[in-house]
Design a protein. Sequence first.
Lengths: 118, 326
Amino acid sequence: MENHVSFPALASLAKTYPQAASSLFATYNDLQHAQRWEDLTVVDLPECKRGALKGRRPNSKDTLFVLPCSMSEPLSTSWLSNALKELDEPDGIYLAISTEDSSIVYYRISRGFAKPSL
Amino acid sequence: MDSSSSTPDKIRLSVSNHQAHVWNVPDIARLRSEHRICGLLGGTLPHLAQQNVFLGVPLILMPEEVVLLVQNEVAVLVDDANAHDTPGPEEKQLWEDQRATMIQKQLVQKAKAKEDEGISPNNKSTSEAAIRKRQERELKKAAAAAAQKAKQESGDADLSVFNTEATSSGDPAVESGRETPSSKGPSQPYAITIPTSSNSVSWYHSDAHAFSTLDAARESGIWLYPSNEEERARCGVFRALWEKDYYLGNGIKFGGEYLVYPGDPLRYHSHFVATVHISPENPLRPMEIVAHGRLGTATKKAHLICTWDDKTSSVDILSIEWSGFG
């Protein structure tokens, strides 16, 4: 990981939150190179004890937040609620769940009742 | 027994074996239209084993629905078994008289209907040829009977019910030769209606066995829900969703606890599927998020994770949707 080209951007957060480092690393690379997100930056979430990511989807103006986690970790609804709070109540955040074979799935989490998509 | 429970307006929920039923059709309509409680109809016909589409009373309520209705003072819980007292001799007699009247009425109606159609009450055609033939037969019978009577000394029991055409030698029955319909007993079949609701039964006293609070019902042992944290969580979440003006149904077809409809389920598809999470600290596996999120999105619904906080008695709702990318 340390020798990877992406690592400098993630170095400090990987050091502060070592348990979350691998999912952060996998998600960052996926968004940057596979999903081709723009203006991708890291965000420190001390309450959630991990780093999050912020950026824009290709051809979109909206800034979106991504919270990485691993398929094998136990989460809780209070943890998700706190993440929303710490990111200052955006419309929604994307939980990036990474698996051992490097697949990542993204699910949108929002507070309250989601508006139905058209 | 709760003496303050006899407000005529409250809907009676008949509790039997910890399950609440509504037998009264206007009440069922009220529950749906005034209180957004739909329940599930559970009545089937005994000979149609697999009715899934068209069901009748009773309406069966979810325990969360019952708790909400009692807490809102819309309904009372009736200890149905004990509300049926043992009928006294007078009540029994009245019941039998009523039944006999019903049967008689049916027989009279049937007789009238048959007359109108040209058939006599004893199922005999009233056409001329038929009448003539019948008379000839009866004359023959009378002659044969008289001959036999002359043979036999003693008069056996008048078994006029057995109106045999030819009397065999070994037959002890003595024919009277006359048809006496009344001594035959009713020759027409009649229907006995079993009433759906016990309200018409004079020894059913629901008011004396109705409980208007959950505590009172719990003390008497007829209704114990909610009895633990999980059940409290379900009641809390149900109420929180209901108070937002939604209609709620059972969510099993879509992998959740409840389906959340923006209006009457007969008119709308549900927008959400809700699952109950017992506490904010309860572990939530990412796989659950994947499963709920994908299924919700595939069925054009969003999944709601509704967390109950027992300490603050409040509900927190989070929506899960598939992101659309990844």
